[in-house]
Design a protein. Structure first.
Length: 418
């Protein structure tokens, strides 16, 4: 243990978003005495990502108001930030990394927290179109803001009806922008929610004068001097001064892959976030990790997962024996709706909807036979808390009582009889 925590050791972290930053500070709490060096290609002081499509997009705040930690915090914990620096290679044999400028940095322990990057689909004309933006970084948001300021008509087409696309649509509508959402699948959020949730959010956006069209396969973008025309395979066309693309992400796995680290739907790690290569860990969106609750490997795009894995990896690096055992949770803010999600609904074969007395307050419970898999809670923190309790405890739920709003909403009232 003392050798692991000696002052002459160096931990290098590639990626300074939620996972990498939390890992660095957790290392100090766990007793790491050596150097900690954080590298990130983004030149900005590490910041919170979730507000990018929400509060930050509609404000005029500088990104430093959304910083994960103050600059002074890094100095206090003797954590070195190397921002705006791209890592080009990992050499596990020599235990060093090579930077884009050719210089090298040795490490004793390496943590890969490279996250993911947005997919820009190969739609003819999209790359050449005016004002096309993903929404993944602070720079993306700054570019969108700037384009909106100079746009005369402020017509925005969002390609992709996932959470990023829908949150962005809701935020832009608050700015008075004319927004249209185009989704390729037959319903929005089809990969992650039940049809009842897709219908609810489509109607929500419609009520706010944001048309959401499904079964829209964008097959071309035509640009003239003033605007873009977004064409779909069904012949429909939509005018856009700005196009925002939110159709998914690519995992940033290339550094690990080129270093011979095991890749399977991401960088494969064990229960302590360690890869198959000695002294190299990986955390966050880029990882494919085992979840004991669901008894399978998963990859999550989640701040919560990045933070949880960071804590586990930090403890493991410092010679302790932690095990990752977290139940995933997520959230989404759209207009006056707060959606809280806990668990993973993949594989469900039954859905129970519990409606409360207040408008737009309900919860959706996903079951595989009698096993609760996940809960979506709309403006309903109580359902989120109760759902989390049942997921962690594994108790069986009486589905009839759950669906009956007349039954007092308490865990003991919902237990199935043995």
């Amino acid at each position: 243990m003392s050798d692991i925590l000696s002052t002459d050791k160096t931990c290098v972290v590639i990626g300074a978003s939620h996972g990498g930053v939390n890992l660095a500070f957790a290392l100090r709490k766990e007793g790491w005495q050596g150097k900690i060096i954080l590298f990130d290609a983004d030149p900005v002081l590490p910041y919170h990502r979730p507000p990018l499509s929400k509060a930050y997009l509609v404000s005029e705040d500088a990104i430093d108001k959304n910083a994960l930690k103050s600059k002074e915090s890094y100095e206090k914990d003797n954590i070195t930030l190397q921002l705006g620096v791209l890592v080009s290679n990992i050499n596990p044999e020599k235990k060093n990394i090579t930077l884009q400028n050719g210089s090298q940095q040795a490490y004793d322990t390496l943590v890969i927290a490279t996250g993911a990057r947005p997919i820009i689909p190969p739609i003819p004309g999209l790359k050449e179109a005016k004002n096309v933006f993903p929404l993944r970084t602070a720079k993306d948001v700054s570019n969108i803001r700037a384009a909106l300021h100079t746009s005369k008509n402020k017509r925005v087409v969002i390609i992709g009806g996932g959470y990023i696309g829908l949150e962005t649509a809701a935020s832009l509508k608050k700015l008075g922008v004319a927004v249209t959402v185009l989704e390729r699948e037959e319903r929005i959020l089809s990969r992650v929610t039940a049809p009842v949730m897709s219908t609810f959010f489509q109607e929500l956006h419609t009520a706010h004068n944001v048309p959401v069209y499904t079964n829209k396969n964008v097959n071309a973008v035509i640009t003239n001097n003033e605007y873009n025309t977004v064409s779909c395979s069904d012949g429909s066309k939509y005018i856009a001064d700005l196009i925002i693309v939110g159709v998914g992400i690519f995992v940033n796995k290339e550094l690990a892959e080129n270093a011979g680290i095991s890749i399977e739907n991401g960088i494969k790690v064990n229960e302590t976030a360690c890869t198959n290569t000695k002294d190299i860990y990986a955390i966050g969106d880029c990882t494919y990790h085992y979840n004991p609750h669901y008894q399978r490997y998963i990859r999550l795009e989640s701040v919560q997962n990045a933070v949880d894995q960071a804590k586990v990896a930090a403890a493991a690096i410092c010679g302790k024996n932690p095990v990752y055992n977290s139940i995933p949770w997520f959230w989404s803010d759209q207009y006056d709706i707060k959606l809280q999600m806990v668990g993973l609904s993949t594989g469900y074969n039954e859905v129970i909807v519990r409606k409360e007395a207040k408008e737009n307050v309900f919860s959706v419970w996903y079951f595989k036979d009698n096993e609760l898999l996940a809960v979506d809670a709309v403006n309903n923190a109580k359902a989120y808390v109760i759902g989390t309790k049942f997921l962690k405890g594994g108790q069986k739920i009486d589905k009839t009582k759950l669906a009956d709003a007349a039954v007092v909403f308490k865990p003991n009232n919902l237990l199935a009889e043995e």
